[in-house]
Design a protein around this ligand. Structure first.
Ligand code: HEC
Length: 141
């Protein structure tokens, strides 16, 4: 990552964190209840569902679609995650940048589980599937 890009990221991070603080640090989570995990979910997807609520719902909403800090859905109608191409591509983004408040908060295995959960919600992966660490070539549509 270039120095300039890092600066841009840092700027955005500061802006998002300021937004969070302004929202009273109790933002999106309370707005909607966490949905039931996908039917027939395997162990990895179940773990991902739990981790998503713990580490991502704060900014992306309990449903991934009802956020205040980042207003675009991160799966389902209106999402823009197809630009990451594959499961591996999206993993690399999560590895670098998410959770936005502290990307080191969860490890790569945990990020892979969240990734699997996201792709199930987006209809790209069967609920019982298990992604290898760091994702694979599963296309994101
Ligand atoms: C503190 C708030 C915050 C948390 C927590 C957070 N995100 Fe984000 N997320 C953001 C912001 C802000 C952006 C936009 C970043 C940018 O444009 O540089 C973003 C962007 C994304 C994107 C890209 C979406 C798109 O359409 O471009 C994905 C995917 C994503 N986040 C997934 C996650 C996942 C998965 C987690 C939990 C592991 C998470 N985020 C936790 C604030 C957050």
């Amino acid at each position: 990552m270039g120095r300039l890009l890092q600066g841009v990221r840092a700027g955005r991070r500061a802006a998002a964190l300021a937004l969070l603080a302004a929202a009273g640090a109790a933002p999106a989570v309370a707005q909607q209840a966490a949905p039931a995990p996908p039917a027939q979910a395997g162990a990895q997807v179940l773990t991902g569902a739990r981790l998503f609520q713990e580490h991502c719902a704060l900014c992306h909403g309990a449903t991934g679609r009802d956020a205040s800090v980042f207003p675009r859905p991160i799966w389902g109608p209106g999402h823009d995650i197809a630009k990451f191409g594959t499961a591996r591509g999206l993993f690399e983004y999560l590895q670098m940048l998410m959770p936005f408040d502290n990307p080191a908060k969860i490890d790569d295995a945990q990020k892979t589980a969240v990734l699997a959960y996201m792709l199930v919600r987006n209809g790209n992966l069967a609920p019982a599937a298990q992604l290898p660490p760091g994702g694979d070539a599963t296309p994101i549509r």
